[in-house]
Design a protein around this ligand. Sequence first.
Ligand code: NAP
Length: 485
Amino acid sequence: MNFLQLNDNQLIKQANYLNGRWQVSNKFITVSNPANGVELGTIPVIDKLALEQTITAAQEAFDTYSKTNSYKRSEWLLKWYDLILSAQDDLAKILTQEQGKPLAEAKGEILYAASFIKWFAEQINADYGLTLNSPVDNKQFHTHKQAIGVAALITPWNFPAAMITRKAAAALAAGCSIIIKPSELTPFTAIALVELAHRAGFQKGVINLVTGNAPMIGDALCHDQRVKKLSFTGSTPVGQKLFAQSATSLKRLSLELGGNAPFIIFADADLDAAVDALMISKFRNNGQTCVAANRIYVDQNLQQAFLTKLKAKLPSLTVGNGMDKNVQLGPLINQAAVDKVHDLVASAISAGAKLEYQADLNESNSPFFPVTLLVDITPNMPIAQKEIFGPVLAVQWFDEETEVITRANSTDAGLAAYFFSDNIHRCQRVAGALDYGMIGINDGMVSNAVSPFGGIKQSGLGREGGHTGLAEYQYIKAHCYGQLS
Ligand code: NAP
C-alpha cells in the first residue's frame, strides 16, 4: 500500500468486503497513480463462487434490513455521513492519487458525495404511501412502498466517490442491500467509503464490495434472479450490454450513460458569465465528465469577443500532479485516454478545424494533455460526435436559434445541455426545445443532490438523486380492502 499523507491508514484495504468482513484473494489487480505511474496497491479478483456467496449474503441481509424502520436506516446513513465528513481530507487524498483530479476538486467531490447520503437520510422519513379516494363504497385502496431487493451498483472511474453514494444512499435508505462494483482503476476510494460504512454500524451483508473481472461480475449480477435492481453508471456500449444481459431476469435498471453536451452562447447572453461557466463545465475533472461541454456553439457575431475573453483565461490553467496545490488540471486517466483525445484533435485539424490555442506541455509520453482550443468545428467531425473526455474546447459558430437547436439535438446522446441568453422568452423556448434530461439555463453546473440527474435517448434510463431517487429502489404495492360495510 503506497498512499501518501493519510492520517488513517486503516481506510485502505487490499480486499473485498463480503458479508461484513474484509476478504483477500490469491488473484489480484494492481492499481497505479495516473499522474506518475506509482503502484498504489492491489485489489482482489473475485471468483464466481465468492460472488455467488456474496449475493446469498446480500439476499439474507435484505430479509432483515428491509424490515428495519426508516428512522433506524436514516440514523445509520447520518452516522456514515458524519464519518465521511471527518475523514474528508484522507478521502480526497486517496481519490486524487488513484484518479488524478486536483486535491481541492477531490475534496469537492467528497462533499458532493456526502450530500447524497444526507439527502436520502432525510428523504426516507418523509416518504409516504397513499390512501386513495375510493369510487366503490365498501372498498378502500392504499399504496405502500417497499424496497425492491438486492441492488447491484456498477460505477466508473471519473467520480469514484459520488457515483457510489448517489446510488448507495438511495438504495440503503429505501431498505435494499447492495453489492458495489467500482472501477478497477479507482477502487480505493470505494473501499475507504465502505470501511466508513462498516464503522457506521450497518449490519453484515447489507453492504458488499467486489472487484475483479468486470464482464464476469456484470454477467453474473445481471443473470441472477435474486438481484432485483442494477444501477450502472458508465459508457453507453457497456450500458447496452448490461441492458441485454438483464432481459432474462427482467431486472429493474437505472443506466447513467455517456453524454455529448451542447453549450450554446446566444448573442444576447452575458458573455462574461457564459465564459466563466464554460470554463467550469469544460475543465472540471480535466474534461472527463459525462456532462462536460462537448459541442460549444457560439453566435457568429460574438466570435472575436468570445475568443478574446476565453483565450485570456486559458494560460492560467496549470497541468500536473493533483497533489500539488498549484495544479488545476490533473492527468487523464491513462495513456489510452490521451491517445483518444489526441486522435480526435488531429482528425478535426486535418478536416479543416483551426487550432486557436494550445498550451505548452513539457511532459511527453505522459498521461497529461495540453489545454486546447479548436474553432471552425463542423458537425461531421468525430470530435463533434463523440465524448471528448479531455481539456479540449471544440467551437462551432451559428447564425439562427432554430438552426442551433436542430444541430444541438442531432445526436443520440441526451444527458445535459447548457445555454446562455438574457432573454426570458428565449430561455423558456430553448429549454423546452432541447432534447436532454438536464438543462443548464445561464448555468454550467447542473448537478446537485436535490435535483434529478439522468438522461434520455442513448444517455440512459432512470433518475438519480432528487425527489424521485428513492423510487428507483422501491416498488409500489397496492392494497385493496373489500367487504368494508
Ligand atoms: P465503462 O468502461 O463503461 O466502465 C464503467 C464501469 O463498468 C466500470 O466499473 C467498469 O469496470 C464496468 N464494466 C466494464 N465492462 C463491463 C461489463 N462488460 N460488464 C459489467 N461491468 C463492466 O465507463 P468508464 O470509462 O469507466 O466511464 C466513462 C463513461 O461513463 C463515459 O461515457 C461517461 O460519460 C460515463 N458517465 C456517465 C455518468 C452519468 O451519470 N450519466 C456519470 C459518469 C460517467 P472496470 O473499470 O473495472 O473495467
